[in-house]
Design a binder for this molecule. Structure first.
Ligand SMILES: Cc1cc2nc3c(=O)[nH]c(=O)nc-3n(C[C@H](O)[C@H](O)[C@H](O)COP(=O)(O)OP(=O)(O)OC[C@H]3O[C@@H](n4cnc5c(N)ncnc54)[C@H](O)[C@@H]3O)c2cc1C
Ligand SMILES: NC(=O)c1ccc[n+]([C@@H]2O[C@H](COP(=O)([O-])OP(=O)(O)OC[C@H]3O[C@@H](n4cnc5c(N)ncnc54)[C@H](O)[C@@H]3O)[C@@H](O)[C@H]2O)c1
Length: 455
């Protein structure tokens, strides 16, 4: 016999817990099933711990530059044990916040264990059967570990393992030059490690425009991080000093030896052991659950939210998925995934704030574009002594609609929201030119840069 609920939520990541709050608030009985840590990736092994470490790394960096600002210090050291303890405390506080919220939620039953479908509206958790007319899948993803030559013969870290380090690696080899790899590369360089980033593609963060990739590379190299792109021959072998990582068949040193290796070559959805086939829930070739614009799967009464549906890969997209599902189910409002505008940040320092399309993507999609570029030598950046980066706005030449922006520089992760909000409201470049922004801020440069386009 199955225990029955009005709704079952599988996974307590970024969408599951708030949805449990809305459903129980509407008087429904809800079971939330979590097999590991409440809060999921962002809280435990993603955004929160990494951004806490980024903050420690930035502090070390700023203190090292203290003399530039006329401030004297003594010798500078990094106590990685204390850095880790701070990170664990911040992350732990977030986790226990979600935990106690769910535990105290009237109408919510939290069940610990791995859920697997045994039918379209029935799951099993450690031999216990649960059924509900509505099931919400929020199982997230994990680091991809491809079957690269030698990878099974050496110790490699992923974003999870590296968070357990309480000493600074002597030489960190970061395989994968994208969001995860670059954030860890810079923070560990700032903690005092030698760092090399090994990327198989022709440039770092290849989803971005070439000028953005180049500027990010320059920022990292200026801090002493080695970068090797076009690394077509990545392979691993044990070495007396750690791990030998084969890099190149053609140019530069063919091999580098690292005391530690971080694999940051992508993520995969946690759908391989969920029994989706039994329930008849369709996946794509990479294991992402197929959903429609309102996040309904191929089975009636089953939804998929967050990273596992392949429609987003961020905490804010997972949370927005929750908002869409809740609005459609409970508020009678018609909300869709395609209503949202892509936006995210790369939290190196200075950060890259991104919204909408890049220049290359806009051209690929057939837009006639005008591009405005501005230096980040905005007053605020000069005052802070942090002028690396630039600002770029992509505008449709025919309609004057703003198609996207990249703000790489101090405050770029915050300032980009001015463009996001304008795009959301359907504003044009001319609208932005007329807005008065606060001086001295980074955002004040946005109307000025749009001004380059005239009109
Ligand atoms: C290193 C790193 C840094 C990141 N930084 C950022 C950032 O700065 N900003 C940002 O927006 N995003 C960031 N992300 C991405 C962000 O963490 C994810 O997009 C987000 O956590 C996805 O949320 P989710 O709810 O889809 O899944 P998750 O948070 O992954 O939660 C899924 C939950 O489901 C559970 N689960 C899985 N299978 C089962 C099962 N069968 N039964 C029961 N439970 C199950 C898991 O244990 C997990 O707790 C980062 C990711 C990483 C790895
Ligand atoms: N700031 C943020 O919001 C943030 C931070 C970290 C992660 N995330 C999320 O996590 C996701 C995954 O990040 P990621 O950086 O692991 O993956 P990714 O998919 O963004 O990039 C993987 C990188 O590894 C490279 N690569 C693939 N195979 C390789 C190989 N065999 N050898 C060397 N390089 C190889 C790829 O060319 C690519 O540059 C991101 O898409 C993002 O959504 C977000």
């Amino acid at each position: 016999m199955s225990e029955t609920f009005d709704a079952i939520i599988i996974g307590a990541g970024q969408a599951g817990p708030p949805l449990a709050g809305r459903l129980t608030g509407a008087g429904l009985s809800v079971a939330v099933i979590e097999r590991h840590l409440i809060g999921g990736t962002c809280v435990n092994t993603g955004c929160i711990p990494t951004k806490t470490l980024v903050a420690s790394a930035r502090t070390a960096h700023v203190v090292r530059r203290a003399a530039d600002f006329g401030v004297t210090t003594g010798p500078i050291g990094v106590d990685m044990g204390a850095v880790k303890a701070r990170k664990d405390a911040v992350s732990g506080e977030s986790r226990s916040g979600v935990e106690s919220w769910l535990d105290g939620m009237v109408g919510c039953t939290v069940i610990r264990g791995h859920a697997r479908f045994v039918g379209p509206h029935e799951v099993e958790v450690d031999g216990r059967r649960l059924a509900a007319p509505r099931i919400f899948i929020n199982v997230g993803g994990r680091a991809l570990i491809p079957d690269m030559p030698g990878v099974k013969d050496v110790p490699v870290l992923t974003n999870t393992g590296i968070l357990g380090l309480d000493s600074v690696p002597e030489h960190l080899v970061v395989v994968g030059g994208s969001y995860i790899g670059l954030e860890f590369a810079q923070m560990y360089r700032r903690f005092g490690a030698r760092v090399i980033v090994v990327e198989k593609g022709p440039r770092l963060i290849a989803r971005e425009d070439e000028d953005v990739s180049a500027a990010v590379r320059e920022i990292l190299e200026d801090e002493g991080i080695a970068v090797r792109v076009g690394a077509e021959c990545i392979r691993f072998a044990p070495h007396a000093d750690g791990v030998a990582v084969g890099i190149s068949c053609e140019e530069g040193a063919p091999e580098v030896v690292g005391s530690h290796v971080l694999l940051a070559v992508g993520r995969r959805p946690n759908t391989d052991d969920l029994g989706l086939e039994v329930a008849g829930i369709e996946m794509d070739a990479r294991g992402y659950i197929r959903v429609d614009d309102q996040l309904r799967t191929s089975v009636d009464g089953v939804w998929a939210m967050g990273d596992c549906n392949g429609r987003g890969a961020f905490t804010h997209t997972a949370y927005n998925d929750f908002e869409i599902v809740a609005a459609n189910l409970l508020d009678g409002v018609d909300r869709k995934v395609t209503d949202r505008i892509d936006t995210y940040a790369l939290f190196i320092d200075p950060p890259l704030g991104r919204v909408g399309m890049g220049e290359a993507q806009a051209r690929e999609k057939g837009h006639r574009v005008r591009v405005a570029n501005g230096p980040s030598r905005v007053g605020r950046a000069r005052e802070k002594g942090e002028t690396a980066g630039f600002m770029k706005m992509v505008v449709d030449a025919d309609t004057d609609a703003v198609l996207g922006a990249a703000i790489l520089g101090v405050g770029g992760d915050e300032a980009v929201h001015a463009v996001l909000d304008l795009m959301h409201m359907g504003g044009t470049a001319a609208d932005m030119r007329r807005v008065m922004h606060i001086h001295p801020t980074v955002a004040e440069l946005i109307p000025t840069v749009m001004g380059e386009l005239g009109g």
